[in-house]
Design a protein around this ligand. Structure first.
Ligand code: FAD
Length: 386
């Protein structure tokens, strides 16, 4: 059996970050993925991910976002890849909102985190939003939080850059190889794949939406998987280019879910999406394609009433999987039955932006037994059963 100091199971957003940070520290590490990341089957595809530094999902996420921005820039300068674009993020909300973003006080938490961590921002009233961004049909009671240092990441390029760098630092990478099982022993973990068997001092399970399949029911019950659909609408009026229209999150009134979106970045259209938590699925479930009627339904319900100048011409659509915990937080914790296995999931629909700092923290735990950023908020123990 081939032996490694550490094995990373899954090389998506978090696994590729863990792999890179372990390899940088001179740890002999193997990364294994059942597919060949970046791919379109999991949670880390679709051209763009929002990144912001003042984190409304909870103050404890903000240090991760701040550190991640530093790491993204480092990776960019080492690889020459273009990963992070910071042209600002606008969060819209109102006292009359009927939707919320992951947690109830998302907007107020965002403002509080910006103040606490001295993150540059502006608070805009309805008039100021209309003056700056006439594309939004803003109600008089709506307000905006604008963070100029926020923006978007290019997820596929982020994964590719981290894997390339990890390889450069000595990581071994096996793609198209599926982990079938892992068995912790006193001194190591035996990992069996469909091609080979390995022993590793530490195992990091970063399987994204496949995570529940690799866990006992007592742990798997903490994660639910939801299919989300993404739509790109044509900017026929030429109003939604990157210089004129921001990355945004909008807590709507009159709808059950928020919407979020991006400017037309590469001429592919304006990506707009909402979230759904009504129908759970599994990573193995077939038929995740976008149905023929979905773009028109999305446009009628979530685009036309709020962004009336955006055309109904859907240039592209795809789906992606959320892995969600009951409190919309992450799980990064030792397996309850073995200190040699770390379960790592930057889940709940907002983890991409934090993945390099989480990867660094996991690597620090493996290398030194403790991390610079406090990971206690991500322990299993906090979770009630979903
Ligand atoms: C539609 C959508 C929009 C999002 N928007 C944002 C956003 O704007 N901002 C933000 O910060 N976050 C966002 N997120 C969340 C973020 O993208 C995810 O939290 C993150 O990508 C999850 O990464 P992961 O590494 O956990 O999973 P993945 O990237 O899915 O990686 C898991 C990997 O494990 C591999 N694997 C699974 N099982 C096995 C096995 N048995 N053997 C070997 N390999 C295995 C898979 O092939 C896969 O490559 C969004 C997510 C979605 C779906």
């Amino acid at each position: 059996m081939k032996a490694f100091d550490a094995l990373v199971l899954g090389l998506g957003a978090l696994g590729s970050a863990v792999l890179l940070q372990l390899a940088r520290r001179g740890i002999r590490v193997l990364g294994v993925d059942r597919l060949a990341p970046p791919h379109t089957q999991g949670s880390s595809h679709g051209e763009t991910r929002i990144t912001r530094c003042a984190i409304g999902e909870g103050e404890h996420f903000t240090p991760l976002a701040l550190r991640s921005h530093v790491l993204w820039r480092e990776i960019e300068s080492e690889t020459g890849a273009k990963l992070l674009t910071t042209r600002g993020v606008l969060v819209l909300s109102s006292p009359a909102r009927t939707s919320f973003t992951h947690v109830e006080n998302f907007f107020a938490n965002t403002v509080a985190a910006a103040r606490k961590y001295h993150i540059a921002h502006e608070i805009l009233d309805a008039e100021a939003i209309r003056r700056r961004y006439g594309q939004f049909r803003i109600r008089d009671d709506e307000i905006g939080y604008f963070e100029p240092g926020g923006g978007f990441l290019r997820p596929e390029a982020c994964l590719a850059a981290q894997l390339e760098l990890a390889r450069h630092h000595g990581a071994e990478i096996h793609v198209n190889e599926r982990v079938l099982s892992f068995a912790p022993r006193r001194a190591d973990v035996v990992v069996t794949t469909d091609k080979d068997t390995y022993v590793a001092g530490q195992l990091v399970v970063a399987a994204g939406p496949w995570l529940p399949e690799l866990l006992d029911a007592s742990l798997a019950r903490h994660f639910r998987i939801y299919r989300q659909a993404l739509f790109w609408f044509a900017d026929l009026a030429g109003l939604f280019g990157a210089g004129r229209f921001p990355v945004f999150i909008w807590e709507l009134s009159g709808r059950r879910q928020s919407i979020y979106g991006f400017p037309d970045i590469d001429g592919n259209g304006v990506k707009i999406a909402t979230e759904q938590f009504d129908l759970a699925t599994t990573a193995a479930a077939p038929g995740s394609e976008v149905g023929a009627s979905e773009p028109a339904a999305m446009h009628a319900a979530y685009v036309a009433p709020f962004l009336p100048q955006l055309s109904a011409t859907c240039t592209r659509a795809s789906t992606c999987l959320y892995t969600v915990t009951a409190d919309f937080g992450f799980v990064v914790d030792r397996h309850p039955e073995s200190g040699r296995v770390i379960i790592a999931s930057c889940c709940s629909g907002h983890g991409f932006k934090h993945s390099p700092a989480l990867g660094e923290a996991v690597a620090e735990i493996i290398a030194n037994g403790r991390s610079s950023i406090d990971l206690r908020p991500f322990e299993f123990a906090r979770l009630s059963v979903y």
